[in-house]
Design a binder for this molecule. Sequence first.
Ligand SMILES: *[C@@H]1O[C@H](CO)[C@@H](O)[C@H](O)[C@H]1NC(C)=O
Ligand SMILES: *[C@@H]1O[C@H](CO)[C@@H](O)[C@H](O)[C@H]1NC(C)=O
Ligand SMILES: *[C@@H]1O[C@H](CO)[C@@H](O)[C@H](O)[C@H]1NC(C)=O
Ligand SMILES: *[C@@H]1O[C@H](CO)[C@@H](O)[C@H](O)[C@H]1NC(C)=O
Ligand SMILES: *[C@@H]1O[C@H](CO)[C@@H](O)[C@H](O)[C@H]1NC(C)=O
Length: 408
Amino acid sequence: MENIFPLILLFILILNTIQATNYIPTDTILLDCGSFDLQATDSNGRKWRSDSNSKFLLSSKRSFKANAGTQSRNISTIPYISARVFQSNLTYSFPVSSGRKFLRIHFYPNTYSRWNSSNAIFSVTAGSYTLLRNYNPLKNAEDLGVNYVVKEYSIYVENGELIVTFIASEKAFGYVNGIEVVSMPSMYGDDNIDGVSIVGAATSFLIDNSTVLESLYRLNVGGTYVSPANDTGLFRSWYDDTPYISSIQIGSPNTIDPDVNITFPKSLPSYTAPINMYSTARFMTPNNNLNLKFNLTWSLPIHSGFAYLVRLHFCQILSYINKVNQIVFDVYINNQTAVSEVDVIALAQSNGIPYVMDFVVILPVNEDNDEQDLWVALHPNIRNKPQYYNGFLNGLEILKINNTDGTL
Ligand SMILES: *[C@@H]1O[C@H](CO)[C@@H](O)[C@H](O)[C@H]1NC(C)=O
Ligand SMILES: *[C@@H]1O[C@H](CO)[C@@H](O)[C@H](O)[C@H]1NC(C)=O
Ligand SMILES: *[C@@H]1O[C@H](CO)[C@@H](O)[C@H](O)[C@H]1NC(C)=O
Ligand SMILES: *[C@@H]1O[C@H](CO)[C@@H](O)[C@H](O)[C@H]1NC(C)=O
Ligand SMILES: *[C@@H]1O[C@H](CO)[C@@H](O)[C@H](O)[C@H]1NC(C)=O
């Protein structure tokens, strides 16, 4: 009898898991703004069409097409070689089915004709929401240390049409290189009718169809960059977490043991995150006593006066961690306990099974310190004497939630 028990467990596990399949969007519109070619294919094999003479471009008075004055080698030509430059309002209308869409807006700071991008200032609205106000992509790119910027929003479209308007500031101009509108599932809290728990409060935060989310950070913790083509059909980018580690100890990045396979439980759609992302994790150090002396911490620059959705992705990838009470840890967000005694094996029932936790952090307006850091930290919890004093994380996403007046 004793020997049958693990088999039954395995059988239950198989019944409760699903094969990973990619999400298939209903709507996919990829617009190569200001392109001189009717259609072009990017390095991910996706087809973009020019906005010129397209049905999507509603009003384009005082706008023109231009190619970037210079092109850096490490940047995809599509959609970045061309831009539409505008001096008044530029409006696009995207006919799409009802539901949530990813709206991605691509900017490549450069010179366009005689226009130097250091002087660009403009705002962007989508429906009644203000996505960007007095925005200069060059400043944004310099702050991030990158040479192009992709702003990603999740927005619910109801009446079959998404209107995106670019508004040049007085005496200034604006430009845009590419726009993506792609269907996405309800997956960032809007699939949770009970709301998301608020860090430091007993109440929960309701994310519904009126909520617009801006993706700020999407990290493959302990791993490397995952390109849009290697995402789960949602074409998101996942970045290395090392630039954001702020603790003295950076812990140990690990890759999945060959005898552990990642399988999604029925309760978690397999488009949630790529298997590649779950296959790596950052643990604390191999030294139990050292781990008691520090918090493994990530610090992510954000703005005060907004609420943020923080998503933690866990999956045990080590084959020798497969029992309850081997690794148990606490998670702090902004110095407050978000969740204590996390035992991923107890939560997911086995190694190789992804587990997701969401939290909302509300940051009051801070006039003196508009830019601050959001802290996520792990510390071993040894109350029940676990086998190892450790903690780990596989993935981290931070999304900004729109304000009451619909701005981000
Ligand atoms: C929100 O969106 C979902 C998915 O499209 C839809 O089923 C639901 O009816 C919407 N809720 C409201 C209150 O409109
Ligand atoms: C654009 O303007 C900046 C700031 O005035 C200047 O440093 C830069 O050289 C200009 N670039 C070009 C290509 O003219
Ligand atoms: C958390 O606490 C540390 C140490 O006291 C402090 O430096 C940091 O600013 C705090 N972070 C937040 C987000 O409150
Ligand atoms: C870890 O962070 C929490 C919350 O900020 C803090 O109370 C605790 O002292 C920290 N632990 C260590 C060892 O730094
Ligand atoms: C987001 O904006 C919409 C539209 O202005 C508003 O109804 C909703 O309350 C806002 N959400 C939050 C969390 O403030």
